[in-house]
Design a protein around this ligand. Structure first.
Ligand code: ZN
Length: 391
């Protein structure tokens, strides 16, 4: 790791943390935000790095709740195994915290490997968490139990992405889904975690029916669940809005050029908000490094692309350009995902005592600097810290 001075002062930026905070200075001590104030003056002999942010916007680093750190999928055979993500791919997108997941392939990719990859990225400078489990039942775990993984392994904040309503799902029974939600809930309580149950929604007809049934027939609260890919079909979006109206949280996968879903992120969010869903219930995630297979009506694979974390940045920037207030769009990629993951004590907003995960944005919301845990990862648009084996 590079030697940096212990203190950094970011001066004169307009803070969207994610709420509008006005023009303020931020004092960073080590990995944390020590002070936020209108004007912070320090003695001349104080060893400090000063960064001018006059005329710029300062925001929290982005949090991505759905990243296939090891790659995911591979639905077209070994040749289509998607690649692992690298540090600078993540930081170039302004992302400073990721939650990693497995995916369709839990045969050749295991939760132990996912944990090790998350540990690598953490050492390289960003913050990482993971889900135990995968698409399939029996859910792969490290300790042999979802409950124990969440309770005892610091990086495990939940279970997922569990595939339902999809031809790649292991078609879990209602009882199996109830059981895993209960395991995640209790594991979360014991470990002081979110115990989130992250659900991959396919394009099948059953959609969220089993989850809505769990809410109605068991004591498990709706907030335990976070379904994603909800703009995949218009009818799934409709049902997701009903789910949100019952008090549930919803996650939309951002749309790069390769994801041929009928609704754009903007259309999906607009519809949800128009129907009374609160912005606080919505998160955006990238599905980065997952496979984006396109199947024909007979279930035959006809095209395969790879999710790109850059789309998280491009999509939220596009939303701001498309008329949504900056603070609302930022919430969906900062404070809201921090709450879903149960890491809002240290992540997701510009507040004293939180981790110094910050973006400095220039004209047209261009990412100029990315700070993760007090360390400059991107500086003036250039990668300052590379992954261990990055060229
Ligand atoms: Zn998925």
């Amino acid at each position: 790791m590079k030697e940096e001075t212990m203190f950094t002062l970011i001066k004169g930026g307009y803070l969207n943390g994610p709420e509008k905070m006005g023009i303020k200075d931020i004092l960073i001590a080590g990995k944390m935000i020590a002070k936020v104030a209108d004007r912070i003056e320090l003695p001349n002999d104080f060893d400090i790095k000063v960064i001018s942010a006059f005329g710029k916007i300062v925001t929290p680093g982005l949090i991505d709740l759905h990243v296939h750190l090891l790659g995911g999928g591979g639905e077209g055979g070994p040749r289509t195994r998607t690649p692992e993500i690298t540090l600078s791919k993540i930081t170039r997108a302004g992302v400073t915290t990721v939650v990693g997941c497995l995916g369709t392939d839990d045969v050749s990719r295991r939760p132990e490997t996912l944990l090790a990859k998350a540990m690598q990225l953490e050492e390289e400078g960003i913050s990482t968490y993971i889900y135990c489990g995968s698409y399939q039942f029996p859910l792969p775990t490290i300790t042999g139990s979802v409950r124990k993984d969440i309770a005892l392994i610091p990086k495990v904040i939940g279970v997922g992405e569990i595939a339902i309503s999809d031809h790649r799902s292991s078609q879990p029974s209602f009882e199996e889904l109830c059981r895993v939600a209960a395991e995640a809930r209790v594991g979360g309580m014991i470990g002081g975690k979110a115990g989130l149950v992250h659900l991959h929604m396919g394009s099948g007809q059953r959609m969220l029916d089993p989850i809505i049934r769990i809410i109605k027939e068991t004591e498990i609260p709706i907030g335990q669940f976070l379904p994603t890919h909800l703009s995949r079909t218009p009818s799934l979006l409709e049902q997701a809005i009903q789910f949100a109206k019952l008090g549930g949280n919803i996650d939309f996968t951002v749309r790069g050029d390769d994801l041929h879903w009928p609704l754009t992120t903007k259309q999906a969010i607009r519809k949800a908000l128009d129907e009374g869903v609160s912005i606080d219930q919505i998160t955006l995630s990238s599905d980065s490094n997952g496979s984006m297979p396109v199947f024909d009506e007979k279930g035959k694979l006809i095209k395969l692309a790879v999710g790109d974390i850059q789309n998280l940045y491009l999509d939220w920037k596009g939303l701001v350009g498309g008329g949504f207030p900056l603070e609302d769009v930022l919430k969906m990629v900062t404070s809201n995902p921090a709450k879903r993951a149960g890491i809002d004590r240290c992540k997701g907003s510009i507040d004293e005592g939180k981790d110094a995960d910050l973006l400095i944005l220039g004209n047209d919301l261009k990412i100029e600097s990315v700070m993760a845990k007090g360390q400059m990862m991107i500086q003036r648009g250039e990668v300052a810290v590379k992954g261990t084996f990055e060229e």
